[in-house]
Design a protein around this ligand. Structure first.
Ligand code: FE2
Ligand code: FE2
Length: 202
């Protein structure tokens, strides 16, 4: 396995855009810190954080085409919003081009955008690092980051609720994976979370 510094250089080349590269490095640092605080493996967290957005700059057409070429499943929500596919395609690219075989690291990359009904500590760490890295500018960010340092599940509940409310205000609804994640962290209709709907029914 190459050193972290070597990986950072390769990610910079692969992404080819300074803004996304800087975000990826910040997510790696935040994930490392959260892992140290919560007893997860900081090296795995850093690796997943660094590689999480490898496909983020692909066009919608390319995301669909590359997922189809690999036989990766595409659900209805992903057909409507191909940007969502950058997470699972990013995991495939991390495996193919960076030699990542660790299922924990690949899972954290795959779940970083929508979260999921079943999440490991590492999945939560990378999801929160991506949501709360200091380049994000929403007003609750700093408080939520402090919460994440102390309470991973509490931060997951807070970030998921914020995301679901934000989506509702935009009138776009949340994808089933996000609603399943909310349910798994104990959020209910009383919190303003709509019941989960199956992707096939939407
Ligand atoms: Fe992403
Ligand atoms: Fe990201």
């Amino acid at each position: 396995m190459p050193s972290f510094a070597q990986l950072v250089r390769r990610v910079e080349e692969e992404l080819g855009q300074g803004h996304r590269y800087a975000h990826s490095v910040r997510v790696a640092r935040c994930a490392d810190l959260l892992a140290q605080r919560h007893g997860a493996d900081p090296r795995k967290a850093r690796l997943a954080g660094l590689l999480h957005d490898l496909a983020r700059l692909y066009s919608p057409e390319r995301l669909v085409a590359e997922c189809e070429a690999r036989g990766l499943p595409i659900d209805i929500a992903e057909r409507r919003h191909p940007m969502l596919l950058h997470a699972k395609l990013g995991a495939a690219i991390a495996s193919e081009r960076f030699g990542v075989r660790d299922p924990l690291v690949l899972s954290a990359i795959e779940k970083h955008t929508t979260a999921a009904g079943e999440m490991s500590s590492l999945d939560c760490i990378v999801y929160l690092a991506d949501s709360l890295e200091p380049g994000r500018s929403f007003p609750e960010r700093a408080d939520l980051w402090r919460l994440a340092l102390d309470d991973l599940a509490g931060a997951m509940r807070a970030v998921l609720l914020l995301t679901i409310r934000h989506n509702a205000r935009k009138g776009v609804g949340s994808v089933p994976a996000t609603l399943a994640a909310a349910a798994s962290f104990g959020l209910t209709v009383a919190d303003g979370v709509p019941p989960e709907v199956r992707a096939s029914a939407s």
